[in-house]
Design a protein around this ligand. Sequence first.
Ligand code: ASP
Length: 289
Amino acid sequence: MWSIILHGGAKSIAEKDAPANRAGCQRALEAGVEILKHGGNSVDAVEAAIRVLEDDPTFNAGYGSARNADGEVEMCAALMEGAGFNVGAVAVAKGVRNPISVAKAMLYEEPVLIAGDGARAFAAEAGERLCDPDAMIAMGKRSAHEERGHDTVGCIARDGTGCLAAAVSTGGLEGAPAGRVGDSPQPGCGFYCDDDIGGVVFSGDGEQIARMILAARVMQALEDLSPDQAVEAALAHLERTGGQAGGIVLTPDGKFGWGHNSDDFAVAIASSASPVPKVYLRKGEASHG
Ligand code: ASP
């Protein structure tokens, strides 16, 4: 029995952008499904799905990431597996083509998180693909400080052996100060994973998500609440700080949960019981796929 859920960010999706969001999420989900249905593991599945989203400039991750106040792309990514609580994360990473693969390469290394020049040096040593930092700017797609939503991407998978993995990748917030790090690469804030409880990934206003430790709250709430309720209960804490967010959850028995207080939140799901991808642009919408 395998299951996979991913999201394309807590944001508003204009009608003209709906097809690209739907298609991008579906393609990414299919990359993860391909691995899971052939007996692959959850770590490889979430990496494969996130790489597709990182390569798609529709989303704020990898190629096409938001630009900071200096007009530069600085990316964050994290991957966690729920059997041994291993975490690999990079922050303020410049000039790496797929930050999620750098995070995966770090998974079983001692440090949880490496930032800045150290992240790029680690990527080089691990044989990950490097590029000119400016090559991650999708020219023509976005103006320098165009107002954009939170289109960080995330994915959680459970493989046939019952192992869970959670992954997140982001270009951060448009116009943020150089060196700023949000919730995404911080365990307990933007993501978490425990094979006995479940996996969770958030997108949205990183400062507020971090201050309210939303991922940690979901993990605690899952002891008593359904996956949907656990996300809703965590999001309710944003009433104390303000902020927009959306989160996805996958439990050890393969139950999906998701919710958002943003207008839209593109989510795609599939499982061995229902392998044809279902794609939604917001909660309550009939699925496409
Ligand atoms: N959470 C991300 C951050 O604060 C932004 C996003 O979700 O797009 O860096």
